[in-house]
Design a protein around this ligand. Structure first.
Ligand code: NAD
Length: 489
């Protein structure tokens, strides 16, 4: 049986272990549930998609892009429903609307990437001029996508779209924490001729994710380092590629001479946007001793002006903490920092308000690397600040992390920011700004250290990940006979 892809309400009696409850992050109410797709259901969904993949792969890039454009139009026609579902999933309105509208930008990126994989030409050999060769790009059959809860729709589509354009079939398993958006996406898929045969979703938790990895030819995973490791091990057991986009602990360096007004603006946005629930959030601030006090004072002022978007969802700046368990991590990191001599200058307590969990921007002074808040991923609006004496110390501290997703440097001028940025052991650096990878998707980047594995998901590589390179080699001369290799010839 193909499992349900709807979030359901009402009684789940008799469904036993198959049920996963879904919480509303603004009210804390748990009145909905999904049915976990079991391994048989995942296998059935995978088999169905595989059947149609060969025909999909036979079509031209242009023809597949036409289908994906129609899908984008169908989804645009359902945008209010999609935005509403994302709003309930994530407890935020403005960003849910932006996320619901994000497909067009992703599709434009894929359309651009396709230009790098046009008709391959035949080339004369360099080592053997009578041998000619060309490339055929062969898509993987079935790609599995496993996504997290912080941007449920965007992070499901960001790998699915280029994989579909490449000619793969795609099966997505979104986070069990935020599955409400799937129904609208599948309605748009059903309204797009030819797409439903190669693009599907299954709902469930980690067990369903594991079942998915057992069925696919390649897996794209976005989520935590801990789960990413498990995914990599399972994929290695099957000898299939795993493209991993994992957690971050992004540093921001503020050098002497930086514009404090601009730097505090960027730090605050980079940290608290989406309530800090973004992989590229700024989570560590290193500030030159000469400007440290002025920076800190202004940062606290601005942090205190941030308003919670409650009780009216259309008001304020930041939404609730989406995932209950994350709220406990945030409080534990704040308490640990306090116990180790950190000074909490503003914020500091996760509050339960009308059932939702909320944290005001929390600035912690006198942070150091003994504190969990400087070592472990936070995923919340916490800004720990540490002073440094010179550029070398700033670089050493910023690089003293298991993570290497991205980072930021603020300096008096771009040359100085670039010089320091080039020394950071991370996959992307924002210069005189912060967290630019969230706003600008054209620059190819990889995730360093434990933050990920595989080629860039942006740019031409984002599509190329799903295309295997096959060589066609033609000998225009007579084939060499075996005698040409005779030992005594
Ligand atoms: P998570 O690792 O807990 O879960 C991610 C997904 O994996 C979910 O769909 C979950 O059901 C599934 N899963 C759990 N166990 C599994 C298993 N054994 N096999 C296969 N799938 C399994 O992460 P999360 O809490 O949903 O998301 C937050 C994390 O995602 C943070 O660490 C954040 O930094 C990271 N993230 C990274 C990026 C990036 O691009 N680098 C973007 C967004 C979020």
């Amino acid at each position: 049986m193909i499992s349900s892809i709807k979030v359901e309400t009402g009684t789940a009696e008799g469904l036993g272990d198959a049920v996963i409850r879904v919480r509303d992050p603004r009210t804390g109410r748990v009145e909905e549930f999904i049915r976990r797709a079991d391994p048989e259901a995942v296998a059935a969904a995978a088999a169905g998609l595989r059947e149609s993949q060969a025909d999909w792969a036979m079509r031209s890039f242009e023809s597949r892009l036409e289908t994906l454009s129609r899908f984008a139009a169908e989804l645009a026609a359902r945008r209010p429903a999609l935005a509403r579902a994302l709003e309930v999933d994530t407890g935020r309105r403005r960003i849910a609307g932006i996320e619901a509208a994000s497909l067009d930008g992703m599709l434009a990126g894929v359309r651009h990437a396709v230009q790098s994989f046009g008709q391959a030409v035949w080339r004369d050999g360099v080592s053997a001029p009578h041998v000619r060769h060309t490339t055929q790009w062969v898509p993987y059959g079935l790609v599995g996508v496993i996504s997290p809860w912080n941007f449920p729709f965007l992070l499901s589509m960001i790998d699915a779209l280029p994989a579909l354009a490449a000619g793969c079939a795609v099966l997505v398993k979104p986070s069990e924490v935020t599955p409400r958006f799937v129904e609208t996406v599948m309605e748009a898929v059903a309204a797009t001729p030819g797409l439903g045969a190669v693009f599907g979703f299954v709902l469930g938790d980690g067990a369903t994710g594991q079942a998915l990895i057992d069925q696919v030819d390649c897996v794209c995973f976005t989520g935590s380092v801990a789960t990413g490791r498990k995914v990599a091990v399972q994929a290695a057991g099957r000898l299939i590629p795993a493209f991993l986009e994992l957690g971050g602990k992004d540093p921001m360096i503020v050098l002497e001479g930086a514009d404090i007004e601009a730097a505090t603006d960027a730090a605050l946005r980079g940290c608290v946007l989406s309530t800090g629930q973004a992989c590229q959030s700024i989570e560590r601030l290193y500030v030159a001793r000469a400007v440290h006090d002025a920076f800190l004072a202004r940062l606290v002022e601005k942090a205190e002006a941030v308003r919670l978007s409650r009780p009216d969802i259309s008001s304020g700046d930041i939404g609730p903490v989406i995932f209950e368990k994350q709220a406990a991590v945030l409080q534990a990191q704040i308490d640990d920092a306090r116990a180790r001599g950190g000074r909490v200058l503003t914020g500091g307590t996760v509050e339960t308000l009308e059932g939702g969990l909320w944290l005001r921007p929390t600035v912690i002074a006198d942070a150091d690397h003994d504190m969990a808040v400087m070592r472990d991923e936070t995923f919340g609006p916490i800004l720990p600040v540490m002073a440094f004496t010179d550029e070398d110390e700033a670089v050493r501290l910023a690089n003293d992390s298991d993570y290497g997703l991205s980072g930021a440097v603020f300096a008096a001028d771009l040359d100085q920011a670039e010089r320091v940025g080039r020394r950071l052991d991370v996959g992307a650096v924002s210069l005189n700004d912060a967290a630019l990878t969230a706003l600008f998707h054209e620059a190819g980047k990889q995730s360093f250290k434990t933050s990920g594995l595989g080629p860039s998901r942006m740019g031409a590589d984002g599509l190329g990940r799903f295309l295997r390179r096959k060589a066609l080699i033609a000998n225009t001369a007579a084939p060499l006979p075996l005698q040409a290799f005779r030992e005594d010839g």
